[in-house]
Structures are given as C-alpha cells and as structure tokens.
Design a protein around this ligand. Structure first.
Ligand SMILES: COc1ccc(/C=N/Nc2[nH]nc(C)c2C(=O)Nc2cccc(NC(C)=O)c2)cc1
Length: 267
C-alpha cells in the first residue's frame, strides 16, 4: 500500500481526535478495506508560516520506515492544494498525557510506570540502532494501543544523529536535556535524559524542573538539579538519576535500562 496514491475520497472522516498547532487529527476509515486509521490534517499555510515543511517531511520519511510494536505506524500521506494528510495508526486509548491527568493523583503506580519505561526504552533502542533520535519525548507524544501498550508518536522533531538543532524550540522545555537547551550539538543520548524525565513525571505527577518561568526552568535544567518527593521508591530514584546525568556520556545505556533491577522487578 506504500505505493498507492491516496486521496481524501478514499476515506470516511469521523470525529476529531485532537487539535494541534498545524491542524487536527481525525478518526477515519478507508472505504474499501474498512480499516480504521487516524488522519492528521496539516494546513500548508500553517506549516509554511512556521517553516515546518522540513519537519513534516522528516516525520513522514522517518516514521514510515519504522516497524516496532511501540512505535505508531505511519502508513502514507497525500496532499491537496491547501492541506497535507498523514495516514497514521489509530491508538484507541488516547494519549498518555490524558491518561496521566485522569489519575486521581495525576501519577501512575510503580508497575504501570515501569511497564511504560520498559516499552519506551525498547522502542528507543530500535530507533537509536538506526541512528534515529526522537528529541521530543513527552506524555503528549505517547499514545496507548488497544492493550494499553505504549505507541511513540509525532516524529516531527526526530532527526538522524548526530545533529545540531536549526529550528527554534517552541513549547515546553521540561523534557529537554542541558545540551539542547544550551544549543550544543547533541546525539541520541538526548532521548535518555527525556526517558528519565518521563519516569520522574509518571511517578511524581509533575516533571522534575517544573517552574513558573521559562528562564527558571532553563536554569534548573542546565544545572541538572532536581529533588525527589519522599514517596519515590529508591529503585526508581536510582534509574532516574542514572538517566538524568548532565554529561550525556554518563547516562545509562538503553540495554542497561532494560536490565535495571527496578524495571525487572515488575516483569
Ligand atoms: C478525547 O478522547 C480521545 C480518546 C482517544 C483518542 C485516541 N487517539 N488516538 C490516536 N491514534 N493515532 C493518533 C495520531 C491519535 C491521536 O493523535 N490522538 C490524540 C491527539 C491529540 C489529542 C488526543 N487527546 C486525547 C484525550 O488522547 C489524542 C483521542 C481522543
């Protein structure tokens, strides 16, 4: 089906799943196969205005070639004169962000957190071995499949490593490592830092450097200084500290994350 020339006429469009900066995501069904997908509709005017053509092309190019149970499939794309349409896997249980916010204390239990971190680490290992870094891991970009499994989505910021950022960072700094907020060159180890931030947030209910101002968050990330709430188990603290090293070379490798005692204690 990669070679097929899709058009909007091939799909019945359903409800809007979510609204983004460049356009919306709709539930859709391919007419002949009745296959359910998510159709991401981006307005060319919005993409052009923010000079994001390159990022959209990268997202499609990179994600369409990835095949992993914890990476959202990109089946194809097409465009008309005003919009670009990206045909994506439908993850029925929505975003991890939404699931996190629906928890009574806005946080997950240890076993849910450990399961998610293990699945994300496995998907990242698959990407890194192909020299692909995601660079934008955050709960909004993680979706949940029908069995509650993690699906890493939105490779709009992914690039081939090593890289130096050319596009201005917009949105939260919370998940970015010191080398990216300082604009230094960076490699796949940026995703290790973000994995640590995710683990912290899943257990604590807020990211480690959450602050009122951008500059305050920036300063705290650069120093890599953060505190754990008292209820965080020691095993998880050890893993998070091992991932959130300011020096990228000191961060725990993904193979070791998958063999970490705290991760293994929830198999
Ligand atoms: C509002 O409640 C919802 C419950 C479930 C969904 C499922 N979304 N599933 C998706 N599969 N493939 C893609 C791409 C998506 C997707 O983008 N979802 C999405 C996007 C933006 C916001 C949300 N919001 C929530 C609540 O999950 C979901 C979306 C919304």
């Amino acid at each position: 089906e990669e070679k097929k020339k899709w058009t909007l006429d091939d799909f019945d469009i359903g409800k809007a799943l979510g609204k983004g900066k460049f356009g919306n995501v709709y539930l859709a069904r391919e007419k002949s196969s009745k296959f359910i997908i998510a159709l991401k509709v981006l307005y060319k005017s919005a993409i052009k205005e923010f000079e994001n053509q390159l990022q959209v092309q990268r997202e499609v190019e990179i994600q369409s070639h990835l095949r992993h149970p914890n990476i959202l499939r990109l089946y194809g794309y097409f465009h008309d004169d005003t919009r670009v349409y990206i045909i994506l896997e439908y993850a029925p249980k929505g975003s991890v962000y939404n699931f996190l916010m629906s928890q009574p204390q806005k946080r997950f239990t240890e076993d849910v957190c450990a399961r998610y971190i293990r699945q994300i680490a496995d998907a990242l290992k698959y990407c890194h071995v192909r020299n692909i870094i995601h660079r934008d891991l955050k709960p909004e970009n993680l979706l949940l499949g029908s069995n509650g499994e993690i699906k890493i989505a939105d490779f709009g910021w992914s690039v081939h490593t090593p890289s130096s950022r050319r596009t201005t960072i917009c949105g939260t700094l919370d998940y970015l490592p010191p080398e990216m907020v300082n604009g230094n060159s960076h490699d796949e180890k940026v995703d290790l830092w973000s994995l640590g931030v995710l683990c912290f947030e899943f257990l604590c209910g807020k990211p480690p450097f959450e602050a009122t101002s951008y500059t305050d968050t920036y300063r705290r990330i650069s120093k890599g200084y953060f505190n754990f709430p008292s209820h965080i188990p020691k095993g998880a603290q050890d893993l998070i500290r091992a991932l959130m090293k300011v020096n990228p070379d000191e961060r725990l490798r993904l193979e070791s994350v998958l063999k970490h005692p705290w991760i293994l204690s929830f198999r």
